[in-house]
Write a protein that binds this ligand. Structure first.
Ligand SMILES: Cc1cc2nc3c(=O)[nH]c(=O)nc-3n(C[C@H](O)[C@H](O)[C@H](O)COP(=O)(O)OP(=O)(O)OC[C@H]3O[C@@H](n4cnc5c(N)ncnc54)[C@H](O)[C@@H]3O)c2cc1C
Length: 461
């Protein structure tokens, strides 16, 4: 579809809204982004916090297609594997992939958002209205009402259409659901999170292995840390909301200090301000959004977290949102009306976003518990070995999700389930890789796993 002369309103100028604006403008559309926050290009992140995200092949591929990767790649810090910290203070790096370029990257969330907005707003037909909050949507009259938060005035914007990239708590989604136009539910996780800081060492040095995602798995909870460009790490503590070791139970400075010192002594030693940070910063809540139907005729459609927010344990939320933008662009190629675009988009994406939602929830258990289990580690090593021996049929599930944008999430989930059974069977009586029966592995893989499509390698930086 050629969008020349069309005007599209995008609610939400987060990563999804900003990338979408770039892609729509390329097709000739005039795009107006509305966001309730102040302009993030003017000054620091509103929270003053340094939050970072893991970016993998799906996100990188989307940024490359949109022509934005060159502006962002300097800010990416590679992470070659998970560095697992045991309670006794020992630790080891478990590589994510088999090949040197199979890495994921840490990126500052505010920097990424800023760069995307800068690129979008350099385009001639994109404009942004910050401090404009979407408050009402009248789908029959095709009007969205925003409040200009600086002046207090309400403004009406035609939905021709409105693309709602207004995040996990989407006003648009809730309104569509309240009117019975779609079905939607939000499933909160019993666990929340808190961001803490591991400051840089002297001369902006890194006080732990730089190119790793650090994990302190402790069964019912965990701490993770991702590197920043300036030598610091952003750590995130994931903990139940209530119960014996929980955000509710850590209600004094002493209790917080004792909990961190007992469970994460090595990390605690690197976080001099963690008790004050813990008390000062809000506890974040996590959940999954399931929505059935993402659009109202040709008037409005949900995209990104607004349509399918997921828990962060696979590091795929934003990657998945960026993949949405690419898929919407493909649907524009194949359609002649917005309604057709939205129908195709939902048909192709929903099964995949449901699949990554499921894998993200499963990964919480893997990160907080299984990575410390020797049997699991053997199976991880075996998965990489089987990929080396049978690359056309066997790719570890983590690698399919993180390094192969050509493999849809649904296929990764389904193949992963077969592979997981296979790994359990092949390691049942083996304590090391040398003890695995590879002739049996070959027979089973041939009969149970179909040939993979031809794959290009990871998107090059
Ligand atoms: C703790 C945590 C860790 C994460 N880690 C990763 C990771 O490692 N890798 C990864 O890929 N993903 C990660 N994610 C997920 C990722 O942050 C989200 O998937 C991504 O930010 C979604 O982008 P979005 O633009 O759709 O929504 P958002 O980033 O939520 O942006 C929505 C925008 O809409 C605006 N808005 C909201 N309501 C209104 C309104 N009524 N009117 C106007 N504007 C409005 C907001 O101000 C915001 O700018 C993580 C998430 C969390 C919570």
């Amino acid at each position: 579809m050629n969008l020349a002369g069309e005007s599209v309103a995008v609610a939400g100028a987060g990563p999804t809204g900003a990338l979408l604006a770039i892609l729509l403008e390329r097709r000739g559309a005039g795009v107006t982004l509305y966001d309730s926050r102040p302009d993030p290009r003017r000054g620091a992140d509103e929270s003053g916090r340094s939050i970072n995200l893991a970016m993998a092949d799906r996100g990188i591929h989307a940024l490359a297609l949109a022509g934005v990767l060159d502006e962002i790649k300097g800010a990416l810090v590679p992470m070659r594997g998970r560095f697992v910290h045991q309670p006794d203070g020992s630790g080891a790096l478990q590589p994510y992939g088999r090949r040197p370029h199979e890495v994921i990257y840490a990126i500052s969330r505010s920097k990424l958002n800023r760069v995307l907005l800068e690129v979008a707003l350099r385009r001639p037909r994109v404009q942004a209205r910050f401090e404009h909050r979407l408050e009402e949507t009248d789908f029959a009259a095709r009007l969205a009402r925003f409040r200009d938060l600086r002046r207090g005035a309400a403004i009406e914007v035609p939905m021709r259409p409105l693309l709602a990239a207004d995040g996990a708590r989407s006003t648009t989604r809730r309104r569509m659901a309240a009117l019975g136009l779609i079905e939607a539910r939000e499933e909160d996780l019993e666990h929340g999170y808190k961001e803490l800081t591991i400051p840089a060492g002297p001369g902006n040095s890194y006080r732990m292995e730089r190119e790793a995602l650090h994990i302190w798995p402790r069964g019912g909870y965990m701490l993770i840390a991702l590197p920043n460009e300036d030598g610091s790490f952003t750590a995130t503590l994931f903990l139940p909301a209530s119960g014996p070791s929980s955000f509710a139970s850590l209600d004094t400075g002493c209790a917080i200090d004792a909990f961190l010192s007992e469970n994460f002594p090595d990390a605690r030693a690197l976080m001099p301000d963690c008790v004050a940070e813990f008390q000062r910063r809000p506890t974040g809540f996590l959940g999954t959004v399931y929505a059935g139907g993402w659009h109202v005729r040709d008037t409005a459609a949900l995209i990104g977290d607004a349509a399918h927010a997921i828990v962060p344990f696979h590091g795929q939320g934003m990657n998945c949102c960026f993949e949405d933008c690419v898929e919407l662009d493909v649907c524009l190629d194949q359609s002649s009306s917005w309604e057709q675009v939205f129908e195709r988009f939902y048909a192709s994406r929903k099964t995949n976003t449901d699949a990554i939602a499921e894998m993200a929830l499963e990964n919480y258990l893997e990160m907080r518990e299984r990575v410390a289990d020797p049997k699991f580690r053997l199976q991880q090593s075996l998965a990489l070995e089987l990929e080396r021996r049978f690359p056309h049929r066997f790719i570890p599930r983590y690698s399919m999700v993180m390094f192969h944008h050509e493999i849809p999430y649904r296929a990764a989930l389904e193949r992963g389930a077969i592979q997981s059974r296979l790994l359990a069977e092949l390691t049942e009586n083996a304590a090391t890789l040398a003890g695995v029966d590879y002739a049996r592995a070959a027979r089973e893989i041939e009969s149970r796993l179909a040939l993979l499509p031809a794959l290009s390698s990871v998107t090059k930086l």
